[in-house]
Ligand binder design. Structure first.
Ligand SMILES: Nc1ncnc2c1ncn2[C@@H]1O[C@H](COP(=O)(O)OP(=O)(O)OP(=O)(O)O)[C@@H](O)[C@H]1O
Length: 226
């Protein structure tokens, strides 16, 4: 099977070019896999996710997406297919309802279809209806984290990049979120790359786990049971 994503000797630096943030990373991610990314703070996990939807550019090496160099794709198409859920959940000054449908509106999805998908997603993810009119100041960080996750899944991306998606959630909600993500992976074949600092979550959720250390790929582990 060909890989969906393949990194060959990928490095990247900070904006000044003076500090190497990721150094000579080679790895592959297959269709429909759930990949875990772990490592200490500052190891380069977020940076690696940002390379995968070109929020940050590489300085050396090549990233292939579907056998074609990532930088050959129109950026709009790429960001529709590869969606990053960032560590800092933001609703962009909108209400929950507005922020859930905004990315779909940008894709020119009809109002009726936006609402259909919003209702279905809120149902699946058990988003309480009294959140819909709230803005981000009226939600806890964990509640905002859930909303940004729901918003990303409503786009039905091919690849979901999840930067610590459970960091602000209580353990019960974190488990529910991981179960729901797994269901989406099984039903739609969505490939996922998840950064997480909780080893139990990575071990129960992922098929392979990459460990980064000071910008280098230190270890790759395959978990047969998932
Ligand atoms: N825009 C930037 N300019 C300069 N340095 C940066 C920039 N972004 C990240 N870094 C540095 O790159 C390194 C990797 O950061 P990154 O956010 O990828 O780490 P991380 O593994 O995701 O950490 P955490 O677990 O704390 O989120 C860190 O040393 C950080 O200080």
């Amino acid at each position: 099977m060909t890989s969906l994503i393949r990194l060959i000797g990928v490095s990247t630096t900070d904006l000044t070019g003076s500090t190497v943030l990721l150094n000579n990373i080679s790895l592959h991610i297959d269709h429909g896999q759930i990949i875990g990314l772990q490592g200490r703070s500052g190891a380069g996990k977020t940076t690696l996710l940002r390379l995968l939807n070109r929020l940050q550019e590489i300085s050396q090496g090549t990233i292939f997406y579907n056998e074609k160099a990532l930088n050959k794709y129109p950026i709009q198409q790429l960001r529709q297919e590869i969606v990053l859920v960032p560590q800092e959940p933001k609703l962009l000054g909108m209400t929950v309802e507005e922020s859930l449908i905004y990315p779909l509106e940008l894709q020119k999805v009809s109002k009726t279809e936006c609402q259909r998908r919003r209702i279905r997603a809120c149902d699946i993810w058990e988003v309480p209806s009294d959140w819909l009119d709230r803005n981000e100041l009226q939600l806890s960080v964990g509640q905002r984290q859930l909303v940004t996750l729901v918003r990303a899944t409503m786009l039905s991306p091919r690849i979901l990049l999840l930067d610590e998606p459970t960091s602000a959630l209580d353990p019960a909600l974190a488990q529910r979120v991981l179960t729901q993500l797994k269901l989406i992976n099984q039903e739609n074949g969505t490939t996922m790359v998840m950064v997480n600092h909780t080893p139990e979550y990575l071990e129960s959720f992922c098929q392979r786990i990459f460990t980064l250390n000071q910008g280098q790929l230190e270890q790759e582990m395959t978990l047969k049971k998932n």
